[in-house]
Write a protein that binds this ligand. Structure first.
Ligand SMILES: Cc1ncc(COP(=O)(O)O)c(C=O)c1O
Length: 449
């Protein structure tokens, strides 16, 4: 038995009470403070003898936690915020208490089994074959990179002598694709999207053919985005996938934000073509009500990922003596927490219908927000939302005006809506992923504009 002293009992009591209160009530929005300011208040918290658990918890609850913006606040509409379900959050506490190892079947069979069922739900929604599978990686950035590394390996098998390799994607693709290209030291070919902001197959095909005819370089991956971060635009997955397949090139779909909406019948047809993906990602920590951090990375043929990502070392040999499913073989990771489990638990407990309803709710709220912006005397809707990102402008305002407004909104504890831009033009955007974001929340923010 663990030595659980009376001090620890009290700490457990306080830690669980704090956690439950945080889960039960709307959190304050809170906000950042400077490092100097925090140091002034808490000093150096690390010492030879330690300050004790109760004191350290107090430092966290009273000073550090309020210096972190609550990403699940219903008026936090910044970047892509988060909205973990109560079930997912509660189960995260269980995962934390359970010392689960998620890298191998040998050590984490039960957990990996459950994670794989959650991945299966996503794969089925996307229309991938029964043989598809993958892993919950740390986030979309690592998920995209892991998939692209596998894509490159396939190309190298076919074209071992190509001097230069390249990824092709839209100018609107997420920054993590550029980052992957840099890490992999490959070219990035950017294609201008159509007037609607969507990447189209004919444009991709033309650019691939031009790249191939200009030397002996090869495009090894076509990346389409299923829900751009800034505007929520879904590329034409069907035609882009066809352009890739016709040329025997890996087709990766980055749906870190948007593919969550596969479970929403009202927008599902917008994703036609995703079933042709060789790999895809979706982050349950974005719009599938899971806590940070979890990216579902799924391959059509997971055995190709295993060839690339499996780490070999004498001390690991026993893991590979049979054909059991080791999550660490499918991404850039070895040790991993079972980060898909809170998502699995919430899905298992609430049922997939509740997921469809919750995503539909946020889509409805985005439509309501768009209507209110259209009717607002001083605002202009930037484009009709495809998903749950609502972009708009306040004509006459420059970058500094948007920043001042956004800072004031946060300082007053009303909401968190930092400015963004599109092709150099400042815009505001609401990213609505929280089913608890209500009409009154939208009204409260719009009233300040
Ligand atoms: C479309 C898209 N791809 C990739 C990412 C990167 O995901 P992460 O922040 O989990 O690394 C994001 C993040 O917002 C995204 O929206």
């Amino acid at each position: 038995m663990h030595e659980f002293t009376s001090d620890l009992e009290e700490l457990a009591d306080r830690a669980l009470t704090y956690s439950l209160e945080r889960l039960k009530y709307d959190p304050p929005l809170d906000g950042p403070r400077t490092s100097e300011d925090l140091f002034e208040e808490v000093g150096n918290t690390i010492s030879a003898k330690g300050m004790g658990g109760l004191e350290a918890l107090k430092v966290f609850t009273d000073v550090l936690a309020p210096a972190c913006i609550s990403t699940d606040h219903p008026r936090n509409l910044a970047y892509i915020p988060s909205a973990p379900s109560e079930h997912a959050n509660l189960f995260d506490l269980v995962v934390g208490a359970s010392a689960l190892y998620g890298g191998s079947w040998q050590e984490g069979a039960g957990a990996v089994f459950a994670e794989n069922q959650a991945l299966r739900w996503v794969a089925d929604l996307a229309g991938l074959p029964e043989s598809a599978g993958g892993v919950f990686a740390q986030g979309g950035t690592v998920g995209n990179l892991s998939a692209l590394v596998v894509a490159r390996a396939q190309c190298r098998k076919r074209s071992p002598h190509s001097s230069q390799l390249a990824i092709i994607c839209s100018e609107e693709a997420h920054s993590s694709i550029r980052s992957a290209a840099q890490i992999m030291d490959v070219d990035l070919v950017l294609v201008e999207p159509d007037a609607e902001g969507r990447l189209r197959g004919d444009d991709v095909a033309r650019e691939i053919d031009a790249y191939h005819s200009s030397g002996d370089g090869r495009i090894f991956a076509v990346v389409a985005t299923a829900g751009t971060t800034n505007l929520g635009i879904i590329d034409d997955l069907e035609s882009v996938g066809a352009a890739a397949r016709e040329r025997n090139i890996w087709f990766h779909v980055d749906g870190a934000y948007g593919l969550a909406a596969l479970c929403a019948p009202s927008v599902r047809p917008k994703f036609i073509g995703v079933e042709g993906a060789d790999s895809l990602i979706v982050d349950p920590h974005k719009w599938l009500f899971a806590p940070f951090d979890a990216c579902a990375l799924i391959y059509r043929k997971p055995e190709l990922a295993r060839e690339v990502h499996t780490q070999s070392a004498s001390y690991l040999d026993t893991l590979h003596e049979d054909d059991s499913w080791n999550p660490s073989d499918y991404a850039i990771n070895l040790t991993r927490r079972t980060r898909g489990l809170p998502f699995w638990f919430s899905l298992a407990a609430n049922g997939t219908d509740a997921y469809s309803d919750a995503v539909e709710k946020t889509l409805d709220m985005a439509q309501i927000a768009a209507r209110k912006i259209r009717e607002h005397p001083r605002l202009e809707l930037f484009r009709e939302p495809d998903l749950s990102v609502v972009a708009f402008t306040r004509p006459g305002w420059g970058k500094a005006d948007y920043k001042n407004w956004s800072d004031t909104l946060l300082n007053n504890g009303i909401g968190f809506v930092p400015a963004s831009s599109h092709k150099g033009m400042p815009i505001l955007r609401f990213a609505i992923v929280n089913p608890w974001t209500k009409v009154v929340d939208i009204d409260q923010i719009l009233a300040t504009l």
